[in-house]
Each structure stands twice: as C-alpha cells, then as structure tokens.
Design a protein around this ligand. Structure first.
Ligand code: ATP
Ligand code: MG
Ligand code: FE
Length: 344
C-alpha cells in the first residue's frame, strides 16, 4: 500500500510517503531553534509552528514522491503520545485531508512508529522482537509480538527519560539546549570511570519497581552533588570526565536491561529508536552487548531515529497490510496514549 504519514507530536512537523516497505519521500521541519533560547520546548510555539508548516511539508512529501493525494491508499497520523496542542494540529490537518480526498485514516501511536520505521532499513520485523525506545520524552522497553496487533510494555522510566537526564546535566554544565549531543561529544574525550555514579535502578526498587524499569533522576542528582562539591572546594570541574561517567552509566544500564529482556522473552532481535538513540555511547554499548549475547541489534541511521513522517507511514503500512480497520473519523488525540494501543 501507499501511505502518507504525518507527524506533529512535539517540535517536528513531518510527512513522508512509504510504499510497502520502501521510503518514497521524507520531509521534516523543526521548530527547535525557536525553543532553544527557552531551554525546552514551549508547547504554544510548537503548535503555532505546526499550523504554519503543515501544508508546505505535506505538499513537499507528496511532490518528492512524484504523487498526488489521489495516489495514496491511506493516511496515517500520530494521535499520541505527545503535546496536546501539537497533536491537534496534525490530526486536524490529516482528518481534513482524508475527508476531502475520501481516504481512510489511521490515528497511530508515535512510539510504536519508532519501532516500525526500522523495517525501512532492516526489512521485516521478526515475531517476538524486543524494542528500546529512548528520547527526550520516553524510555521504554517493549516486547513486540506483532507490530500491528500485539505490543507489551516490559519496562519504563519511573522519572526522567534518558534524553531528559542528559539535557538536565547539560544545563548544569552550561551547554545550550538540547544538551544531549554536547554530552556525547565531551564524553568521547573523558574517562567513564572518573566519577562513581549509580546505575539507574539496576535492581528494581523493592516491592515497587519492576526489574526492567529505569530511573535516571538519581544519576542526575549524584552528578549535580559531585559538581557542586568540586565548585565549593574551588576545584575545576573536569567536564569531559563528568560527561563520560554519565554517558557510560546510562548506556550500560540501558544495554544491560535490554539484554535481560531479550533473554527473558527468548528474543534474538533488538530494535532501537527515538531521538536519544543518536547517542554514540548507547549505540556502542548496545552493539557490544548484542554481539556478546547473540542478539541482532537494529539501530537505524540517525535521521530515522529522530521524529519523522516515515515512522508514521511505515506503521500505517503495517496496519493496512495486517487488515486492521481504519480509525473512525472522530478518533481523539491522546497525549498520554498507552503504548499497548497501536492505533485508534
Ligand atoms: P519524542 O520524545 O517526542 O518522541 P524524539 O524521539 O524526536 O521525540 P527527542 O526528544 O527529540 O526525541 O530526542 C532528542 C533527545 O535526545 C534530547 O533529549 C537530546 O538531548 C537527546 N540527544 C540527541 N542526540 C543525542 C546524543 N548524540 N547524545 C545524547 N543525547 C542526545
Ligand atoms: Mg524532537
Ligand atoms: Fe519520538
């Protein structure tokens, strides 16, 4: 099937055309520059940017694919999770387009789109796959039996997402927002064992957390204390070592729990996605762990890891091929869409 995918959960307005498992076009506009000076995404500004970018981005995606809306079999759009005002723009635009062109529409789960998109680079998803989705807003370990029908949550973060933790430490170190990529760069120059930092909830909090859950606020606090202590003593802060220690701690716990999950579910495929999977320490840790445990770790190119329309279109293509019914025209946006809900 030919699917037009539309994405507007956060700061990217994006659209793409996928035919079966082939990418025909992929257009992304971001309002990140407008948010940078506030140190975080401002929902009102992001919504406004979606309203401006929607038509140009969707038109370009169709034009780049050498298609018109008539060539498309269905439209897919992220219905959640994400910022409500942002979702409302993309979903309203997609519904208007579907209504006027008389096309079926699928309101899909953005996070599951991060799993689906890997098929564009690596081919079909085997049954019984594990997936680690890490970004500024999400840290989730999933078990994917069938991308169109059966996804279960194995673990999730109890506090900060991995990217959020990096961004908070980056702010403390004086890097501009988003600080994750700066930490990555400095971490490559430092000693990962210079600071003793806790590994985010390695054991699971007694009686409360699941062994597959994550917690990164303790890592952030430990680093903040250590840095403040140095400053109070008038000592310089070894930025590269701080970054390397943080990156190592986060990468190791993510890789470790991912492999524990593969073992528990007897899975030999590990999908990785979300904006934080750009992190080089995580990519290296997962690749190394995969080799050691005989797991095929599939980390796509960075442009497919970050938010885009291709992920939405690819999941739409899976849903059409699986014979899943399109969404009713009155489907809602859901800023806290559960990860077990693949489409509306
Ligand atoms: P969403 O959370 O809305 O699904 P997404 O999947 O696009 O969004 P973002 O939240 O945009 O992900 O991901 C960017 C996050 O990843 C930010 O927190 C950013 O600092 C972090 N990040 C990006 N590149 C790197 C990197 N190389 N190293 C560490 N962190 C990074
Ligand atoms: Mg983003
Ligand atoms: Fe995302």
């Amino acid at each position: 099937p030919i699917i037009l995918g539309i994405e507007s959960t956060c700061d990217e307005t994006a659209a793409a055309v996928v035919e079966g498992k082939e990418l025909r076009s992929n257009v992304v506009a971001s309002s990140m520059e407008e948010h940078a000076r506030y140190g975080g995404v401002i929902p009102e500004i992001a919504s406004r940017a979606h309203a401006q970018a929607f038509v140009p981005v969707v038109s370009k995606a169709l034009a780049d694919a050498n298609m018109t809306i008539d060539d498309v079999d269905a439209i897919a759009v992220s219905a959640g999770p994400g910022l409500a005002g942002c979702l409302a723009v993309g979903v309203s635009g997609a519904k208007a387009l579907a209504w006027s062109a008389n096309k079926p529409i699928y309101g899909i789960n953005h996070v599951i789109g991060h799993v689906a998109v890997t098929q564009l680079q690596f081919g079909d998803l085997p049954a019984n796959t594990m997936a680690l989705i890490v970004s500024g807003g999400h840290t989730s370990l999933l078990h994917v039996n069938d991308i169109a029908r059966d996804v279960q949550v194995v673990g999730t973060t109890l506090d900060d997402a991995a990217g959020e933790c990096f961004d908070k430490v980056a702010r403390l170190l004086g890097f501009p927002y988003p600080g994750g990529p700066h930490i990555d760069r400095h971490a490559q120059l430092g000693d990962p064992h210079a600071l003793k930092v806790p590994q985010g909830l390695t054991q699971g909090k007694a009686g409360k957390a699941h062994p597959y859950d994550f917690s990164f606020s303790g890592v952030k606090t430990a680093i903040a204390r250590w840095v403040e202590n140095r400053q109070a003593q008038g000592l310089d802060v070894p930025v590269d070592d701080v970054c390397a220690s943080l990156a190592d701690s986060v990468a190791q716990v993510l890789a470790k729990k991912s492999m524990m999950g593969c073992h528990e579910y007897d899975s030999t495929t590990m999908i990785v996605g979300g904006g934080f999977s750009a992190n080089s320490q995580l990519r290296a840790a997962l690749r190394e762990a995969g080799e050691k445990h005989g797991v095929d770790v599939r980390i796509p190119d960075i442009k497919l890891c970050t938010d885009n329309g291709a992920m939405v279109a690819m999941l739409g293509s899976n849903l059409v091929e699986a014979g899943v019914q399109p969404s009713a025209m009155d489907f809602p946006i859901d800023s806290a869409m559960p990860l077990t809900k693949i489409s509306c």
